[in-house]
Design a binder for this molecule. Structure first.
Ligand code: ZN
Length: 82
């Protein structure tokens, strides 16, 4: 599992860099753009910009290092796990 349920709840309440990022974090169920947080013990934390088609279940994504809206360095954000 890329994350635990309790850390997803924390994602929603964390103070992110800007309102747009806060709106899109963990918006994995919608169509269009969402930002997915992934934590792996060996690789550390990653943020993936994920795009879902409105007409199919197809998705595409790429790792992002800066907020697409305000440019903040995402490496500076703490892990929701603690
Ligand atoms: Zn931002």
């Amino acid at each position: 599992m890329p994350w635990r349920q309790d850390s997803v709840a924390k994602l929603e309440t964390m103070a992110w860099c800007c309102p747009e990022f806060a709106k899109h974090i963990d918006a994995a169920s919608g169509t269009g753009l969402g930002v997915v947080y992934v934590y792996r013990a060996k690789l550390g934390k990653m943020y993936i910009a994920r795009y879902r088609s409105a007409t199919s279940e197809e998705t595409a994504g790429s790792r992002i290092y800066f907020c697409p809206w305000c440019g903040s360095d995402l490496a500076g954000w703490p892990k929701p796990e603690g």
